[in-house]
Design a protein around this ligand. Structure first.
Ligand code: GLN
Length: 476
């Protein structure tokens, strides 16, 4: 029972070949079998999801089930789900119970999707390998010596190994696309503001996006259609209508694509990844698409811009975790100041502490202009340049990552090396545009590779349309 898309599940449910209870039990049996080894789920809502399954089976019999009846999903441990624990994989929130449900989660539940559990991730979504969780490393299902990518690593492995059909993750600089590429699944980040961030714990508010990890492009499309759109609880959510993507006719269009030669020449890129990109480009040309080289002069500015701005925002967002109102409070304290210091020092892990320090530094009055203001200006340059390219081309293609999944424990000592894993994904985040990673075959050692496609703002429909074509014709 390994369905590529929800459409297939729905067909089997309608024809009574299967029940929702059977689907849930099947995922639970894989979780019980594999989770101790892979550490993808921090908590499994076993009884609750079985109970829900019975109710939804009833609804199906009565003909009034929602649009996602039988869809089983996991949520990254960054989403609030009322009366359930949310920790952001951090000791500072250990045992904290949500008082609200994130809008994205609620909209899925309203359509009868079932939440099967809470998934491991890098602490507060900071990381590229899922080694920064206070609750242990997540392992790649294709090879358990390798990282799954991050920060939505647990969410990616859960879909990769069929512990659930889809996962809800978050993508600030690549946290959905990069683990999707490392695990051989689809990872989608929408236009910034397309999906409400209400109930998603903030890391860097001007970059954070709810993202979707799935086995097919059509599932990403269906889920966006259901969770996207205006939300009164998030004033930054876009007022633009979400089209009924999944009902629109597929177009067989010939597109105009750009790629950046600087990416192929970048240091440390795997030869198998260069080969994958080159052969994809050749095949796309054969299929009648136009694909041209466009120079991208800002490659070396991407990571500094991203890390300065996100760390600045993180240092502000994470100031709420101070041991006063909720979360971890150190017991060994003498006064208010030592309570703050010790609770924060001992509650956060080392990567989160590094970002808070860095962020506070770039915002400090003496360095504000030199770093923060400058990075804002560079962000604008990158955004304008990217938008200009996308006004002349339908899409920009690149590999999602420069390498396949690396061995556990090889980059944790060197943050710069770790940050380089995000080189190709942060552009879409800096520019606020949609981007997707789709599975692009395996390298010689059997490790998955990902192809990234970026489109203009709010052009998700066109992006899905093209990706379905690639999914069908390439890498099969
Ligand atoms: N790896 C990047 C970081 O650590 C991206 C994280 C994310 O998208 N949440 O910031």
């Amino acid at each position: 029972m390994n369905y590529k898309s929800y459409q297939e599940i729905r067909a089997d449910l309608e024809s009574r070949r299967i029940t929702v209870s059977q689907i849930v039990s099947h995922h639970l049996s894989i979780i019980n079998d594999q989770n101790d080894r892979l550490n993808a789920f921090l908590e499994v809502f076993e009884q609750e999801s079985l109970k829900q399954a019975l109710l939804i089976d009833d609804k199906l019999r009565q003909g009034n089930a929602g649009r996602l009846a039988g869809l089983v999903l996991g949520i990254k441990d960054l989403f609030c789900f009322k009366d359930h624990v949310v920790t952001c994989s951090s000791k500072i929130l250990e045992g904290f119970v949500s008082q609200i449900t994130a809008t994205a989660v609620q909209r899925l539940i309203d359509e009868d999707a079932i939440i099967i559990g809470r998934q491991n991730c890098d602490e507060f979504a900071m990381g590229s390998s899922n080694e920064n969780s206070a609750f242990g490393v997540v392992k790649n299902g294709a090879n358990s010596k390798k990282v799954p990518g991050g920060s939505s690593g647990g969410s990616a492995v859960a879909v990769q190994t069929n512990m659930c059909q889809i996962s809800l993750g978050s993508d600030t600089g690549g946290s959905v696309r990069q683990p999707a590429a490392f695990c051989g699944i689809v990872g989608f980040k929408p236009t910034y503001s397309r999906i409400s961030r209400y109930g998603l714990t903030a890391y860097s508010s001007s970059f954070d996006c709810v993202g979707i990890l799935s086995k097919s492009v059509s599932d990403a499309e269906l889920i966006l259609e259901i969770i996207g759109g205006l939300d009164q609880n998030d004033s930054t959510s876009s007022t633009l209508e979400i089209p009924h993507f999944s009902l629109l006719p597929r177009e067989q269009k010939k597109y105009k694509l750009a790629y950046f030669p600087e990416i192929i020449q970048s240091e440390g890129i795997d030869s198998s990844i260069v080969q994958m990109l080159n052969s994809t480009i050749d095949q796309l040309k054969d299929e009648g698409h136009t694909i041209e080289e466009v120079s991208f002069p800002y490659l070396e500015y991407l990571l500094p811009t991203y890390y300065i701005l996100t760390s600045a925002e993180a240092s502000a967002n994470l100031s709420r975790f101070d041991g006063v109102r909720y979360g971890y409070r150190d017991q060994n304290i003498s006064d208010l100041e030592s309570m703050y210091k010790k609770s924060r020092t001992n509650g956060f892990g080392s990567e989160v502490l590094r970002r808070i320090m860095l962020g506070t530094f770039v915002l400090s009055s003496s360095y504000h202009d030199a770093f923060y203001t400058k990075a804002q200006k560079v962000r604008r340059r990158i955004k304008d340049y990217t938008e200009d390219v996308l006004s002349r081309y339908d899409f920009i293609v690149s590999p999602t990552t420069a390498t396949v999944a690396f061995n556990i424990d090889t980059k944790t000592k060197d943050p710069i090396q770790m940050y380089l894993s995000d080189l190709f994904t942060v552009q879409a985040s800096v520019a606020g545009i949609p981007a997707i990673s789709i599975p692009a075959g395996l390298d010689a050692n059997g490790m998955p590779m990902g192809l990234q496609i970026m489109s203009g703002k709010f052009e998700e429909q066109k992006l899905f349309n093209f990706c379905k074509e690639i999914e069908q014709n390439h890498f099969v």
